[in-house]
Design a protein around this ligand. Structure first.
Ligand code: C2E
Ligand code: CA
Ligand code: CA
Ligand code: CA
Length: 281
């Protein structure tokens, strides 16, 4: 399933005027996208490197645009954030991801965590209410939901965000710091905020080779995370060598094209089933 290519976007030559014009109108189109269900979730497995088993799935949003093909979240999430659409999109993502995870459980698979990305604008008090409602409606137990936030969420309103994250933690939802190491002040936040996990930023993993300086950085990040009693996830793992190096550095959870691209729901289900007994290796 590594070659199923679920993550391939259609890239266009930037000089193609039609696409540029259309992109300018993404904002208007986004409204339609929500109304006409052009959004969907792909799921990327997170693997325990020691057992080879899937411990979680990250939900990643996709926009299947009728004219533009697949639009990457990096292109439309920022627009959704500026225009406020992110609140309805975010709620749809949370509901759909929780519902899907419950379906996997009900089909008899070993329960796993669903990880959902949260935009800074979603970190508001009403998030707690809305998440309680979603968990109730989907009947998903909170320990199977994980929220990934970046430090941008924290920087804007640190006190408020801390309060919200603590409430979510009390409910039983776990919080991951995404893109760890990419920002400026993440280390201080580890002490103050209720994280269970850090995700090492892809930039450190992407260039990882068997060279002392690369290894020193990753090793320091892993040691730091473990020092705070956090689980450490490496994402963007693209090669066997990287997986091997990370394993030697005691990183036990990994995610990346080497294991699987983000997959549409049916393929994601097959992937989970296929490694359920023996693991991926
Ligand atoms: P992210 O949360 O850091 O997600 C990881 C990105 O890396 C994903 O891109 C994923 O497809 C990609 N990736 C996974 N494995 C590999 C690998 O081995 N190599 C490389 N080069 N890339 C890999 P994607 O799906 O395009 O998402 C981009 C960003 O969009 C995400 O970054 C996240 O910040 C945002 N995003 C995606 N879905 C949502 C969502 O539902 N809500 C919000 N607020 N943001 C989302
Ligand atoms: Ca993420
Ligand atoms: Ca990330
Ligand atoms: Ca990112």
């Amino acid at each position: 399933s590594k070659d199923s290519g679920g993550n391939q976007y259609q890239y266009y030559n930037p000089s193609m005027n039609k696409r540029n014009t259309e992109l300018l109108h993404l904002e208007t189109n986004l409204y339609q996208a929500i109304r006409e269900s052009q959004l969907c979730l792909y799921y990327q497995p997170q693997i325990n490197i020691n057992t080879g088993k899937v411990t979680g799935m990250e939900a990643l949003i996709r926009w299947q645009h009728p004219d533009l093909g697949m639009v990457s979240p990096d292109q439309f999430i920022p627009i959704a954030e500026e225009t406020g659409f992110i609140n309805s999109i975010g709620e749809w993502v949370l509901f759909t991801a929780c519902e899907q995870n419950k379906k996997w459980q009900q089909s008899g698979l070993t329960p796993l965590k669903i990880a959902v990305n949260l935009s800074p604008r979603q970190c508001q008090p009403n998030l707690v209410t809305s998440l309680k409602q979603i968990l109730k409606e989907t009947k998903l137990e909170p320990e199977y939901l994980e929220l990934e936030i970046t430090e941008t969420s924290i920087i804007v309103h640190p006190e408020l965000t801390q309060e919200i994250l603590e409430e979510l933690t009390e409910i039983g939802i776990s919080i991951t710091m995404d893109d760890f190491g990419s920002g400026y002040s993440s280390v201080g936040y580890l002490k103050k905020f209720p994280f269970q996990k850090i995700k090492i930023d892809q930039s450190f993993v992407r260039d990882l080779k068997n060279e002392p300086s690369d290894l020193a950085i990753i090793s320091a990040v892993i040691t730091l995370g473990k020092g705070f009693n956090l689980q450490v996830v490496a994402e963007g793992v693209e090669s066997q060598e990287q997986a091997y190096l990370l394993k030697n550095l005691q990183c036990d959870t990994m995610q990346g094209y080497f294991f699987s691209y983000p997959l549409p729901v049916d393929e994601a289900t097959k992937f989970i089933q296929s490694v359920a007994n023996e693991g991926i290796f």
